[in-house]
Design a protein around this ligand. Sequence first.
Ligand SMILES: Nc1ncnc2c1ncn2[C@@H]1O[C@H](COP(=O)(O)OP(=O)(O)OP(=O)(O)O)[C@@H](O)[C@H]1O
Length: 477
Amino acid sequence: MTDSADSADSAKATQSNQLSISLEDSDDVNDIVSKIGELSTGEKPAVNGAEGADGAKGAKGADGSAVEHEVEVHLADIQADPNSPLYSVKSFDELGLHENLLKGVYEMKFTKPSKIQERALPLLLASPPRNMIGQSQSGTGKTAAFVLTMLSRVDYEVNEPQAVCLAPSRELARQIMEVVEQMGKYTPMKAVYAIKDSNHKGPIDAHIVIGTPGTLNDIIRKRQLALKAIKLFVLDEADNMLDKAGLGDQTLRIKKLLPRDCQMVLFSATFPDVVREFAQRVAPQANEIRLKATELTVDGIKQFYMDCNSVQHKFEVLSELYSLMTVGQSIIFVRRRDTAERIAGRLNADGHAVVFLHGAMDSQERDSVMDKFRAGDIKVLITTNVIARGIDIQQVNLVINYDIPLTGEGIPDPETYLHRIGRTGRFGRTGASINFVHDERSLEQMEAIQNTLGCDIIKVPTDDWEAAHKVLKRALK
Ligand SMILES: Nc1ncnc2c1ncn2[C@@H]1O[C@H](COP(=O)(O)OP(=O)(O)OP(=O)(O)O)[C@@H](O)[C@H]1O
């Protein structure tokens, strides 16, 4: 497969009809990486988002003190950098979108497409439809790429379901719905949920269905969803959705019922080799946009670790961290549901206002916690891998891996690590992640992840809070 950096069209030199392009293939990567590194370490002003309009500005820290974010380098500067995943040569106007969709896009304050949007959209919208396996780093705008595809492909005159989009969690499905509603604001589109407790009565006549695989299967079983007119099947977090150990069975059951010529669109920041091979079978002849393993980390996210002496010490360090640091919003990831609840209880008892979210909570509770966190009413969220993927809250500037991510078999899990830390550093913003290790084993697990990804994880002392504060403050700026 070719690694051409040229526009999608020029990559047709590939032998097969298939197209595979790499998003990061400049000769000058080091130069640019160091430039972005400088920008985000605080030596130069930090980047804070589209048009400098960052919701974190003026937000309160976990301790109630004000968090001020300097906004001197604008998204426009990053988007002009050819080696940034946010760079593009085109404008949205040149991507072949309907003017009603452009209105929606511009109202969301998107001025320029990101690299994945610029490259994927023309391929996704080309006729006849082609399958797509699209990869791009966390927070680089994959959602808009597939949402605009759904909104473009649907025939609004036909009141039948035509596009289905599945995600691994209800929280992510709800977030995608929000983007569909915003981008589709000037179209007559109708979209419905297929998530638990979404309470469908009669047959679905909406154009777009967004949900999770288990609930969608239930709806199909109850014959509430006609599949014959479905022409687009989107899997967000596709590697997770196809993973045999995860949601693979449920997703494939649905796929088998769809019309044969249905366009398959698979997006994720990660595609481990074995899942990618499987994805290629699920989405044959797909155009592919892919990244190398070493290109997966986002430069704006500074990665740290704190070496604790014991499980008890780990908690003390966490509590101390929240006493000392002024953090915008943060997510603490733990391995188990009961740990999430326990740590939340203890932090609350220590005077920090935190909440937890996990998969055993009922739908209403989950929605309420997430809505409050999204609105900024809650600053610290303790959770499991249930929301490790996709959740986009721009004000989150710190992610803590209280437990190092492991697979179900207890093996270090670099994909989940990337998705977890990718909850910060969204679309050019800066953020920090801190890994907590507490013994030889957890240190080795973290190092295994570090080696796989070829990233730097810097040690922050746990016995010198002044020094720790200095390092982290700079990263959280
Ligand atoms: N062209 C654009 N201009 C400005 N902001 C954008 C643009 N495209 C996307 N965004 C914003 O960037 C953020 C990240 O986008 P999105 O959630 O789609 O990332 P993603 O690639 O799906 O990440 P993940 O892999 O974590 O799911 C969102 O807040 C989105 O609104």
